[in-house]
Ligand binder design. Structure first.
Ligand code: HEM
Ligand SMILES: [Ca+2]
Length: 671
């Protein structure tokens, strides 16, 4: 039940590296092992075979595209809310703008983004900036209209407990369907989530189960049923849960409860650089444009260690970065370290290309490039898998216009609801794989939460975990979260018992006043369900039956619960309503971002044609090659590298994944 990774596919690759003979030898450098003559024949043979393969695959693609899309018609263009929300956010956001928003003056000549995201939109300078509210697509839903959690619409009683819903609907639905994506896909999702969304929760260490509901922040603890299959063994009947901070905590009393995003809402790498000047300054070295780092004995670079010590004891440090959640899980800490290294790599290359650049210019220019790469990977590699290829092309990337009337802010429904559906692809376990493709260690994700130091415990751990994430199939998208994060998240040392991410997500939806599932269906152009049977368009009948048992009314179903049960749409990993809310955010985040790397906005920071071409040639594979000892990769960063014949063709980092910094050389003075 616990292990959701098919172990049998993990063993050392026998033939995978033989074909191109680009395998890494023990000291971590690539080496060619065939002689020149045999090599040439082999290459010719391979090139020919590849040509035939590519032709065949293109033909199949063309055929299936035509088949699935009824002859190139734009898909789903009628599904809102991308269009209907433009400029129509609900009341409380405009209240914030009128009553609490700071007055900001902008210099339209600035080439670079501000740290907190202000002045992106010159008419509405605080749009998308940190410490401004999440926008709502639908008005807040509270039982008192202000802040109390939603109750049943039939009898005014509390809704079923979040944990009860987890137990009855999801906990026993663990599927091991193999996934063609690898674990990096999931990790990119979390990394991006933290770029655009940070909801502050009052975490003073208080155990709300001890304090009880008299304390307002503790009024939403989660009730655990007495027959809970896991927690009853430990006599646990209450799961601690603290309510999120509201605008009141930011000296802006608004009703109904309004929640602030501590991250800059734009996809701008704020999780690496910080979402305000103070954090950004603290992370810079002020030498040659680099970010601060520590160098391990073997020369590897890591994020600075935080002065705060990990509860796990001496020398068990936390890392510091632009987002405090860096230490939450190992894969995330790895990504933060990888992008700190990438920033410093870019800064070094820029300095080599143009030695006259100041520390400030090197830093800002590297940050501009890194931010652009993050956007490029998100829109061209990540979203086509999450939302589907046609949807991404025809809805999200349909044009490259910058529209200053579009508010780019993260929506409450996206961050507390739809994007969390992808917690369903978080794997229970991860592998450390060495340069011989041998699995040297398997770890439970939940054993290494808030314990990032494993990355450095042995000098090969960083590369081994990265290799493991590349080579291990992801958890396939399904109607449940893995068993470990459903029970044992954040468990303290020497104890197995922890918390349940799904219960948290359901409760967070109620805490932040998300509308119920039926309202979101309506918003997204599905028919309103008047009876449970009406859900059958997107939810399977056995699940509908269980929903009926749990909820008094079809109008009460929590958004996340309905969304998680929906059948994925087309080639997407998510169902219709999540796709519409996730798609809405990413579309606005592109159209409403003046600095988006490839839109048509004219401003001093616009990339010149040749620089943009370089940015567009960069994939996550380039970043991996520049920052690790992984030295050859398959052609698509998020596809599992397996042992099959076709997919075993890999490309050497030195040959294929080099970044061309020529346009940044001294003689090129353009943007
Ligand atoms: C090992 C992987 C992951 C772990 C352990 C994890 C855990 C968590 C936790 C503990 C929270 C806060 C829950 C709360 O108190 O409300 C959270 C929030 C969130 N997660 Fe994840 N998560 C992971 C991966 C992902 C992925 C893959 C995605 C999406 C693709 C994602 C999207 C989000 C979003 C949007 C939030 C809300 C962020 C905010 O506004 O503060 N997470 N996650
Ligand atoms: Ca950001």
């Amino acid at each position: 039940m616990v292990n959701d990774i098919p172990l049998e596919t993990w063993n050392k690759t026998d033939e995978s590296t033989v074909l191109l003979s680009l395998n890494k030898n023990n000291d971590g450098h690539s080496k060619s092992v065939y002689d020149a003559y045999q090599g040439r024949i082999l290459i010719l043979f391979l090139a020919f075979t590849l040509l035939i393969f590519t032709f065949a695959i293109s033909a199949v693609d063309l055929w299936s595209d035509l088949g699935s899309n009824d002859g190139d018609q734009p898909v789903q263009s009628s599904l809102h809310p991308i269009a209907i929300v433009d400029g129509h956010f609900s009341f409380e956001t405009s209240e914030y703008l009128v009553r609490c928003a700071p007055i900001v003056r902008c210099d339209s000549g600035n080439k670079y983004r501000t740290a907190n995201g202000t002045c992106n939109n010159l008419n509405n300078p605080i749009w998308g900036s940190s410490n401004t509210p999440f926008v709502r697509l639908v008005k807040a839903h509270y039982s008192d209209g202000i802040s109390k959690l939603r109750v049943s619409s039939e009898n005014n009683k509390p809704l079923p407990s979040a944990r009860e819903i987890q137990i009855r609907l999801f906990l026993n639905k663990q599927s091991k369907i193999p996934d063609k994506n690898n674990q990096l896909l999931m990790q990119w999702g979390q990394f991006i989530a933290h770029d655009v969304s940070n909801l502050a929760v009052d975490t003073d260490g208080r155990d709300c189960c001890l304090y009880g509901p008299d304390l307002p922040s503790c009024e939403a603890t989660i009730k655990i049923p007495v027959d809970d299959p896991v927690y009853s063994e430990y006599n646990k009947t209450c799961m601690r849960f603290t309510r999120a901070m509201t605008s009141n905590n930011y000296s802006c009393p608004l009703q109904p409860s309004t929640f602030m995003d501590d991250a800059s809402h734009f996809i701008d790498g704020s999780q690496i650089y910080g979402s305000n000047d103070y954090i950004m300054t603290s992370l810079r070295s002020f030498t040659d444009g680099t970010l601060k780092s520590v160098t391990a004995d073997d020369g590897q670079e890591f994020c600075p260690h935080s002065s705060e010590e990990s509860p796990s004891g001496a020398n068990k440090y936390f890392y510091n970065s632009g987002d405090s959640r860096i230490n939450m899980n190992l894969g995330l800490a790895l990504f933060h370290n990888m992008f700190m290294r990438f920033h410093n790599y870019v800064a070094f290359k820029l300095k080599s290309a143009n030695s006259t650049l100041s520390d400030e210019t090197l830093f800002q220019e590297s940050r501009r490039i890194v931010g652009a790469v993050i956007q490029h990977v998100t829109y061209t590699q990540f979203l086509p898998i999450i939302l589907g290829k046609n949807y991404t092309e025809n809805i999200i990337l349909v044009d490259s216009k910058y529209d200053p009337s579009v508010n780019p802010s993260t929506s409450q429904e996206f961050s507390a609801g739809a994007f969390r559906v992808l917690h369903n692809i978080v794997p229970a376990q991860q592998r450390l794989v060495d340069s011989n493709y041998t699995t040297v260690r398997v770890i439970n994700v939940t054993d290494w939460m808030n314990r990032p130091y494993l990355l450095q415990e042995q000098s090969s751990n960083f590369d081994n975990l990265l290799r493991g994430m590349l080579y291990t199939g992801g958890r396939s998208s399904q109607h449940s979260y893995n068993y470990l994060i459903s029970n044992f998240m954040f468990h303290p040392d020497n104890s197995v018992i922890g918390t349940d991410l799904l219960s948290y997500d359901i409760q967070r939806g109620r805490d932040t006043g998300l509308p119920p599932y039926n309202k979101m269906r309506e918003l997204c152009g599905l028919s309103v369900a008047y009876s449970y049977d009406d859900l059958a368009d997107v939810i399977q009948s056995d699940d509908i039956y269980k929903l009926e048992e749990l909820y008094d009314s079809v109008n009460d179903i929590d958004f996340l619960v309905g969304a998680l049960l929906e059948t994925p749409e087309d080639d997407a990993l998510v169902g219709k309503t999540s796709r519409c809310v996730i798609g809405d955010f990413f579309r606005r985040s592109r159209t409403g971002d003046r600095f988006f790397y490839d839109n048509d906005a004219e401003h001093p920071g616009k990339f010149s044609k040749d620089k943009l071409e370089v940015i567009k040639s960069i994939s996550l594979d380039h970043v991996i090659c520049a920052t690790s000892l992984v030295d050859h990769l398959q052609n698509n960063s998020f596809t599992k590298i397996d042992n099959g014949w076709y997919s075993s063709m890999k490309w050497d980092c030195d040959e294929k994944y080099k970044i061309d910094f020529k346009p940044w050389e001294e003689e090129h003075c353009s943007n």
